[in-house]
Design a protein around this ligand. Structure first.
Ligand SMILES: O=C(CO)[C@@H](O)[C@H](O)COP(=O)(O)O
Ligand SMILES: [Co+2]
Length: 223
């Protein structure tokens, strides 16, 4: 199982988004996460599919859309058309999670399901056959730069058990407050994909070094 470092673009300079995604690609990240917020599911607003599509030709890195929206079925094809090979929907938002995940796959995408801190691991139990990734939120969604919730370790462990029992290589991703101080705990609990925003953008001149450091710390902490 590969360690993947996936930057969130939230702390990027949106007036120079093209340069920012190129910088991330040069830094050796594995994928880019687009944090899509609609002002309803979370109290914040970010980007739509046209913004993502505008930078898609500039890099070859895979994109994932982390949809923090109240109605993930609306616009679903648009995220795929914008070049997000992976679309992640929140279990709390999808009225018919099973159908939505199947829909993403039928349209040729990879499907992910995200869990808010208050949502139990069991919420993904009956949809695992339809997912390629489970994202455990380690902060309450809506903003970058929040503090990692160490109490999520038990849920990461449970998701890891559920995923391993399928025998499939479903990614277990964590998102929120990931830094050199916290990545070891998430890795020891069973996460292998790490979304990080503020920790990577803290020093724009050293993103590559920070990516390598996170990768090393995650590997060292593996069970
Ligand atoms: O989805 C979210 C927040 O809602 C995340 O992707 C964060 O934006 C990651 O940023 P840091 O917590 O690493 O600053
Ligand atoms: Co996110």
């Amino acid at each position: 199982m590969t360690t993947r470092i996936v930057p969130s673009v939230l702390p990027a300079d949106f007036s120079r988004l093209g340069e920012e995604v190129r910088l991330l690609e040069k830094a050796g990240v594995d994928r880019i996460q687009w944090d899509v917020m609609d002002g309803r599911f979370v109290p914040n607003l970010t980007m739509g599919p046209d913004v993502i599509a505008s930078v898609r030709p500039l890099v070859t890195l895979p994109f994932e859309a982390h949809l923090m929206v109240a109605d993930p079925d609306r616009l679903l094809p648009r995220w795929l058309d914008a070049g997000c090979g992976m679309v992640i929907v929140h279990a709390e938002a999808a009225g018919h999670l099973h159908r939505t995940l199947g829909d993403i796959r039928e349209r040729g995408g990879s499907a992910g399901v995200a869990l808010n801190p208050a949502t139990p691991a069991s919420a993904v139990e009956h949809v695992l056959d339809l997912v390629d990734l489970v994202l455990v939120m380690t902060v309450n969604p809506g903003f970058g730069g929040q503090r990692y919730l160490p109490s999520m370790a038990a849920k990461i462990r449970r998701v890891r058990e559920l995923v391993d029992a399928t025998g499939r290589d479903i990614e277990v991703e964590v998102d929120g407050g990931i830094s050199p101080d916290t990545i070891g705990s998430a890795s020891a609990a069973g996460a292998r994909t790490f979304c990080a925003g503020s920790a990577l953008f803290a020093d724009r001149d050293a993103i590559g070094e920070r990516v390598a450091e996170l990768r090393r710390l995650a590997a060292e902490a593996r069970r």
